[in-house]
Each structure stands twice: as structure tokens, then as C-alpha cells.
Design a protein around this ligand. Structure first.
Ligand SMILES: C[S@@+](CC[C@H](N)C(=O)[O-])C[C@H]1O[C@@H](n2cnc3c(N)ncnc32)[C@H](O)[C@@H]1O
Length: 279
């Protein structure tokens, strides 16, 4: 994405005290009750004891709903909030500060091949992504799944919720059925969030996000396509936890004794911007 005309500090100053309002508008835009159900399912499926000091990453966190949902089920979880967007990361950090949710913040772009090197290889129990990998091309998504595999500890879990299309044969009937379902996404909710955010920050942030006509996956990947990505990246115990008119939720596991793949990574060099140790 293009860089905003103001820096992170100025973004934070302009949205200060409005983080909760923005978060409510964001959650409605992302599906409201349906999103809440997705987050509950994803966090319930995490196969670790609830009192564990769970090492997690909310990848492409936006304002951080998924990371906070994990903290609700795992009160000792350490959450790395990762996103490329300085505005959405600012909402995440600001809201968390008010809500006293600890976290570490990383501004990283998954289109940058070295993104994962800022993080610690073999470190995470859980890496979760909601509604974001489809912003990448299929080739980048494949590479990022492999990066996620490297970042997970042995027996670590990867969970993702992404848009899914039906296989071609079933597409017409599926579309007919979907048209009769209540829509998850509504333009007026998208507009309500961005109108408010833009009025606070003083420029049109949506113009920085890139074109929807580029090579991104969008809503065209089938459930089989998502599973293939996970299988090709060597994940095991792959399961579809949920599928509805809009999304599929998939869980997968890194093999218990797989060892680490590749090299590099920060290996303990936690330089993220934490509530505990700010840059
Ligand atoms: C639809 S939002 C979902 C955000 C969040 N996961 C949620 O459920 O509310 C997609 C997110 O992916 C992030 N994103 C898109 N492409 C990215 C990239 N290449 N690297 C990092 N983050 C990216 C966007 O900035 C945005 O926060």
C-alpha cells in the first residue's frame, strides 16, 4: 500500500479517544454477529490448555479483533499484532491501551518476501488470520503459508477464515441460494467506517489500499484451493471447521517432530512495539 501523508504518531493523535467508536464501526463492517461467531469458533478450536502462556500472532490483524478474542479464551496469551496498515494498527494499539490488553505490534507487509524475518522462527503456538490472505496473489499466499509454517513451533496450530467460492459445477445453485441469505457485508457499513476514519485523519485512506483489480485472490478461491495451499505447505490434520455463504474457516497443524525449515528470522530478537517495551 502507499504511505499515508502523515506519520504514525500523527495518525494516533488524530484518532485518539475515537478508537472504540472506530472499532464498533469496523466490527459491523466485517460482519457483526457473523464475525463474532467466527472468532468464537476459531478461538474455541485452539488445541491448548486455557491457562497456557500461549504464544500467538494475529496476522493481518487490522484493529485486532481476533487477537483480543484469543486473549479472552486464553488470558495468559502473548499476542503479536501484525499488519501493514498504520491506521488500522493505530486503532488496534489505541483500543488495546484503553482496554488494558497487552500486545506487541509489528508493521509488516506480507507482500515483502522477508516479512517473517522480523519475527521468531519456530516460536508460535498459534498463528491466526481472519479475512486477509485473499488480499494476496495465489503465489504470495502459498509463500506466506510456508512462512507461517516456519514461524510455528512444533505441533503449532494455524487457523484462518477466508472468503471461499463454490466449485464451478455447483456455483450457479450456490449463488441462487446465497442471494436469499442475509448479506454479511453491506456497502453502507463499509462507508460508515471509512467516512468516519477519513474525517478524523483528514485524508482518504482508502486511496492508499491498492486496486481491487490487481492479482489478489479475492473471493475466487475454493475450499479445496485453500486446503491445497495448506497441504502444499506441509500442514497436517487439516480440517474445515465452518463453511457458509461467504467464508471458510480452516484449522491445520504443524507436524510435532518436523523441526525447523529454512534459516533466518529474529530468533528471540523481539523488536516489536510493545505496550511493555515501546520503541
Ligand atoms: C478485511 S481486513 C481484516 C482485518 C482483521 N483480521 C479483522 O478480522 O478485523 C484485512 C486486513 O489485512 C491487512 N492486509 C492486507 N494485505 C496485507 C499485507 N500484504 N500485509 C499485511 N497486512 C495486510 C489489511 O491491512 C487489513 O488489516
Amino acid at each position: 500500500m502507499q504511505q499515508p501523508p502523515i506519520d504514525q504518531t500523527e495518525i494516533e493523535a488524530r484518532i485518539r479517544e475515537h478508537e472504540e467508536e472506530l472499532l464498533l464501526l469496523w466490527t459491523a463492517e466485517q460482519g457483526g454477529a457473523a464475525k463474532d461467531r467466527d472468532l468464537r469458533l476459531v478461538t474455541s478450536a485452539i488445541p491448548f490448555p486455557r491457562d497456557r502462556v500461549l504464544r500467538t500472532a494475529d496476522l493481518c490483524c487490522g484493529p485486532g479483533d481476533l487477537g483480543r478474542a484469543i486473549r479472552r479464551n486464553f488470558p495468559n496469551a502473548q499476542v503479536d499484532f501484525v499488519d501493514r496498515d498504520p491506521l488500522l494498527l493505530s486503532i488496534c494499539r489505541g483500543y488495546n491501551r484503553h482496554a488494558k490488553v497487552p500486545g506487541t505490534y509489528w508493521q509488516l507487509d506480507l507482500n515483502d518476501e522477508s516479512w517473517y524475518r522480523s519475527l521468531q522462527l519456530g516460536h508460535y503456538d498459534v498463528i491466526a488470520v481472519a479475512n486477509a490472505i485473499h488480499w494476496l496473489s495465489a503465489a504470495r499466499a502459498q509463500a506466506v503459508f510456508s512462512d507461517i509454517y516456519r514461524l510455528l513451533d512444533e505441533a503449532g496450530t494455524f487457523l484462518f477464515a477466508e472468503p471461499a467460492a463454490p466449485e464451478g459445477l455447483f456455483a450457479p445453485g450456490f449463488a441462487e441460494w446465497k442471494a436469499r441469505q442475509p448479506p454479511r457485508y453491506e456497502h453502507r457499513n463499509w462507508k460508515a467506517f471509512w467516512d468516519r476514519a477519513n474525517s478524523l485523519i483528514g485524508y482518504d485512506h482508502t486511496e492508499l489500499l491498492g486496486s481491487r483489480t490487481d492479482s489478489r485472490i479475492g473471493d475466487q478461491m475454493t475450499v479445496r484451493g485453500w486446503i491445497d495451499l495448506a497441504q502444499t505447505s506441509r500442514f497436517q490434520n487439516i480440517d474445515v471447521l465452518w463453511r457458509d455463504a461467504d467464508i471458510v474457516i480452516v484449522a491445520a497443524q504443524k507436524a510435532a517432530a518436523a523441526g525447523l525449515v529454512g534459516d533466518g528470522g529474529a530468533e528471540g530478537d523481539a523488536t516489536g512495539d510493545s505496550e511493555l517495551s515501546s520503541r
